[in-house]
Ligand binder design. Structure first.
Ligand code: UDP
Length: 358
């Protein structure tokens, strides 16, 4: 039975892995088995364990415990652990998702051992080399043997770089959002879901403060409450800005800070909100999957089709938030334009992998 070794390490990857794991179980005739390695990049229970439970992911066969807090040393620890796992289970291919440090560490370890690399959610470009994710994406694409691009824009990006990828009929995160919301009631309320964790927004304290004020002022003006699941990185900055009373400061602006939530609760919040304000790559797309308009608080996005269709608007300056939120709040998304497939992309991906590796 051919074996895939899947490298997971961060919250968005646990979610991405769920769709293909279901496809592997469903398409028994294709004969694939899967081993999972958890690199330990996100080890916090709220960013890790809950996803394995909710998404029905098998427990990892290998779990790394990273000792270092410095990036280069952590990359080396991950590479060593992945190399050991590859040597132990001799996979037919190593599968990496997205654009995190775990993605790149997995690709580099497999490349050094000459094992085929499958990169899923490949070929995206924000054209912003200041984003560590962009650097990871480009490097991983260059090392990979099979590139699975989720959109036609991603395929064009690749052609422009002189490499060639494969286009399944959509994106696996959209598969998951549809799968896990199929029985969910989606009555829109007058509320907002807010998330932010990109270093460019939250490590720069004056900028973070400006976002809190502009988003909070907009919420107050429109008598809207915002739910704000706070990423650990963002929490550190909020404590540095406002002290231990940070959540009280936010509450005075109608922003309810909560701990990070599980995937199902996150989808419920998106589905029942009138607007999503986010800098997350995944959540801007999940907003579309749940037919909720969004304001993406970034200079650029790798999911350009959302902006082209008007489902998301980019807002780089906190002073522009009012105008952007006014334009998007309550906007209807009818889901008639099929940007990311029909929810069955994972089956297609498994078929492509089988053809390419046989
Ligand atoms: N997510 C979640 N709970 C939260 C915040 C995010 O389940 O409190 C999920 C959400 O589905 C998102 C994924 O985690 O698509 C990755 O989110 P994150 O914003 O951390 O990473 P990015 O997509 O920007 O790489």
């Amino acid at each position: 039975m051919p074996l895939l070794l899947t490298i997971l390490g961060a919250r968005p990857q646990f979610i991405k892995a769920s769709a293909l794991t279901r496809a592997i179980a469903k398409k028994i005739d294709l004969g694939w088995s899967q081993s999972i390695i958890h690199t330990g990049q996100h080890y916090d229970a709220k960013l890790s364990d809950i996803f394995f439970e909710e998404l029905n992911l098998p427990r990892p066969d290998f779990i790394l415990r990273l000792q270092s807090s410095e990036r280069e040393a952590r990359m080396n620890e991950m590479k060593l652990g992945i190399t050991n796992a590859i040597n132990e289970c001799s996979p037919d291919a190593v599968l990496v998702y997205g654009d995190t440090d775990s993605t790149l560490a997995g690709a580099q370890a497999a490349d050094e051992l000459g094992i085929p690399i499958i990169h899923i959610v490949a070929c995206l470009r924000s054209f912003d080399l200041e984003m560590p994710e962009e650097v990871n994406r480009i490097a991983t694409d260059k090392l990979s043997s099979i590139l699975i691009a989720p959109t036609t824009t991603a395929i064009e990006n690749l052609h422009n770089e002189g490499i060639f990828g494969n286009a399944p009929g959509g994106d696996i995160m959209h598969d998951n959002a549809l799968y896990f919301t199929k029985d969910m009631q989606g009555l829109k309320s007058k509320s907002v879901l807010l998330t932010m964790h990109r270093p460019s927004n939250v490590d720069d304290l004056p900028r973070l403060e400006s976002w809190i004020h502009s988003i909070g002022d907009w919420c107050m003006l429109h008598h809207v409450e915002a739910a704000f699941p706070v990423h650990p990185r963002t929490k550190k900055s909020l404590v540095a800005l406002f002290g231990l009373v940070w959540s009280q400061v936010l509450l005075k602006k109608n922003i309810h800070a909560i701990d990070p939530v599980g995937y199902i609760e996150l989808l419920r919040l998106i589905k029942t909100s009138g607007l999503v304000i986010t800098d997350s790559g995944g959540i801007q797309k999940e907003a579309y999957s749940c037919e909720t308009p969004s304001v993406v608080i970034r200079r650029n996005t790798e999911w350009v089709e959302l902006v082209n269709a008007g489902h998301a608007v980019l807002c780089f300056e906190p002073k522009d938030l009012n105008e952007c939120a006014n334009a998007q709040f309550g906007r209807t998304i009818d889901g008639e334009d099929v940007l990311y497939g029909d929810g069955e992309a994972a089956d297609d991906i498994l078929r492509i992998i089988t053809e390419k590796l046989s």
